[in-house]
Design a protein around this ligand. Structure first.
Ligand SMILES: Cc1ncc(COP(=O)(O)O)c(C=O)c1O
Length: 385
């Protein structure tokens, strides 16, 4: 193919290939155990697969309604009311999306204009900042302090001014595994009272929370919920990250604006999967059992690597375990992660990749959403380091 001759002024000049793709490619090249990218290596429910097949065979293969299949929206409304005592109307306040990332992008695009400021708590999921920048907004970074990654709301308050359009929060948190508690939510509520700030609440790990902690959705706090867009992901909840299915909860006026954008990015999400999920959601055990399922994985992984030279950091939720390697080497985290993949055959993600300034606290992120066999293999390698 002859090369493009025009003046390519990139809209994302500093963005390269994501670290997840880089580490996964490296893991494949060196036949390393891949605990880098966040996806389960075990199967999703057979029943769910059968349901999708059934709906495909029955002919549910054309566009779904733009906001989503009504039965699925109704199931989500019922679940949200039961879990968080919050009423979201399926018609006007719930939208099914092709994954959480799409939902985040559409939400940011719907509300962030040129020169608007968006407060981003770092380290953070890598899609937030490019989405803000593509819309002409300015990310305003707030650093969550190592090692507990708690939010100092008094400090965060100092970043708020008349240009602040949005604050993005994420609980349970990727990559740290920290969670926001009810006090955090009340402090945030107080902070934004009498402002027009919108909260974008990334709750894709809502069902992956441990040690008896309860997920504090913004939906539980009416004064926060009235200004919030909540993003959830079926991929995380049902071990189906490759299906790219999620949803958004937001009050009617925010949903209306959200849908204006959603309809022109994707129009709708996958039809047969929506019908299948609506049926599958009738079994509450599938999501109510998730905390225990993943807590066992976390505990098993921690037990297996206890004898290693890494320091295990606290993990309250999500399926990521941070390990500090300061006692092992002085190398920066990106170099060390690459060397571990090549020499020790175990792949992780350097946490500096989650900061715009690549802050390096000598920690690596390992995904424990893996079969016990994979965790055992990885742990054996980790213990040799
Ligand atoms: C914090 C966070 N938000 C959103 C997403 C995206 O979810 P989805 O796979 O449904 O697009 C992820 C996926 O890794 C995530 O970690």
């Amino acid at each position: 193919m002859p090369e493009y001759q025009g003046n390519l002024k990139s809209k994302l000049p500093k963005t390269g290939t994501s670290i997840f793709a880089v580490m996964t490619a490296l893991a494949n090249e060196h036949k390393a155990v891949n605990l880098a990218q966040g996806f389960p290596d075990f199967s999703c429910s057979e029943k769910l697969v059968e349901l999708v097949n059934q709906y495909m065979k029955k002919g549910f293969n054309q566009y779904a309604p733009m906001p989503g299949v009504m039965k699925l929206r109704e199931s989500i409304a019922a679940k949200t009311e039961e879990l968080y005592s919050a009423i979201y109307h399926p018609e006007k306040e719930i939208t099914i999306t092709p994954g959480g990332t799409h939902a985040l992008y559409a939400a940011i695009t719907a509300f962030v204009k040129e020169d608007d400021e968006v407060i981003v708590l770092e380290p953070c999921y890598d899609s937030y900042v490019p989405a803000i920048q593509l819309n002409g907004g300015r990310p305003i970074f707030f650093e969550l302090k190592y090692p507990d990654f708690k939010v100092d709301w008094n400090e965060l308050k100092k970043l708020i001014n008349h240009k602040t359009k949005m604050i993005i929060i994420n609980t349970p948190h990727n990559p740290s595994g920290a969670t926001l508690n009810a006090q955090d939510m009340l402090k945030l509520q107080k902070l934004v009272m009498n402002t027009e700030i919108i909260i974008l609440s990334d709750e894709v790990y809502e069902h992956i929370i441990f040690d008896g902690l309860e997920h504090q959705s913004v939906a539980r706090f009416p004064k926060l919920a009235e200004r919030s867009i909540i993003v959830s992901s079926f991929g995380k909840t049902y071990h189906t990250t490759g299906w790219k299915m999620g949803y958004v909860l937001a009050p009617a006026a925010l949903t209306a604006e959200f849908r204006k954008v959603h309809q022109f990015i994707a129009f709708c999400a996958n039809t047969p999967i929506q019908y299948a999920l609506a049926d599958f959601m009738e079994d509450k055990n599938a999501y109510m059992g998730l905390p225990q399922f993943y807590q066992e994985k976390r505990d098993y992984f921690q037990k297996l690597i206890k004898g290693s030279r890494f320091k295990i950091l606290e993990c309250q939720g999500s399926y990521f375990q941070l390990l500090n390697y300061a006692k092992i080497t002085q190398e920066n985290d990106a170099e060390f992660a690459k060397r571990l993949t090549k020499e020790f055959k175990v792949a992780s993600i350097p946490v500096s990749a989650f900061y715009h300034k690549q802050i390096d606290n000598n920690i690596l992120r390992f995904c424990f959403a893996k079969s016990n066999e994979t965790l055992e293999k990885a742990a054996e390698l980790i213990c040799k380091i």
